[in-house]
Design a protein around this ligand. Sequence first.
Ligand SMILES: Nc1ncnc2c1ncn2[C@@H]1O[C@H](COP(=O)(O)OP(=O)(O)OP(=O)(O)O)[C@@H](O)[C@H]1O
Ligand SMILES: [Mg+2]
Length: 337
Amino acid sequence: MTALLEVNGLKKHFPIHGGFLGQETAKVYAVDGVSFAIARGETLSLVGESGCGKSTVGRAILRLFSITEGEVYLDGERIDNLSAGRLRSMRQRMQVVFQDPFSSLNPRMRVRDILAEPLVNFGLVKGRRDLNEKVADLMDKVHLPRDAVGRFPHEFSGGQRQRIGIARALAPGADLIICDEAVSALDVSVKAQIINLLVELQDTLGLSLLFISHDLATVEHLTHRVAVMYLGKIVELADRRALFAHPHHPYTRALLSAVPVPDPTAKRQRIILKGDVPSPINPPSGCKFHTRCPFVFDRCKVEEPELRPVGGDTAHTAACHLDHVPGEEDAVVPVAA
Ligand SMILES: Nc1ncnc2c1ncn2[C@@H]1O[C@H](COP(=O)(O)OP(=O)(O)OP(=O)(O)O)[C@@H](O)[C@H]1O
Ligand SMILES: [Mg+2]
């Protein structure tokens, strides 16, 4: 089975123009070699601290800019090098939901017109009656009252506005939805409702989701797989259960140690990482995480680790020179070079 989305060796380096003549003086290595695939009906979450390149991956897939290197395939068709005309039809199949629906929804447009816009632009309606039916159907899908279509975005709560953002993403009949911090600004209970809605829509419509979040706790109840990013690279990729139960990479462990555990008797030791995330303009040599890793040894400083299967599970990969000793949560030993 071909994956719905396949990303191979994606790189995006942003040039920095400085100097007297505005020449390129440096590069931001925002995304530096990222590969993953998403199956039809699957959710993959992209998680990591601010600035690690998550949104850049999402924007590169949506072709909001051209990429530096790599390939992106949608349903087997290469899309990173499409002409403007072909790009349009591809955009119908991929939609995005942003963090702040308030700034992404035109405040002067009524919900009816916000939802009608993509339907009309992609030529999906036959007359006014059909349009009204399709708009009403979108309102039903996101559980908003049909008669709210005459209202403006500011007349809705944050959670309701995000439902409108989701309805707009659903309008063109996309099979891939990229959610970039789509629930990050919402209160806990509203967040849970929107997550439930996404899970329900995925189930009923067979959508694929790329769910971008800086927070591991948010993705636990909605994702099938998780990719953890650090400074432009995926450092661990695994099935949700495997990642939460047996995190391998010291960075994943540190992120996970900050996630509250529902059972107060099950203690999780908090791992505090030293220092800040290094600048993507001048990333460290070898393993990019070595400057903050509690287990760093000489090899990490010179040799960049590749993603490789860990813990006897081929679907669970991590980019680390350390081998995890099974059964001993914090025991790790270096792999023979
Ligand atoms: N257009 C741009 N020009 C130059 N640098 C950029 C541009 N867009 C992003 N960057 C840089 O690329 C890096 C990755 O940014 P990105 O927005 O992808 O991170 P992120 O993981 O989504 O962070 P956050 O969690 O804060 O949203 C950052 O250092 C950012 O400053
Ligand atoms: Mg972002």
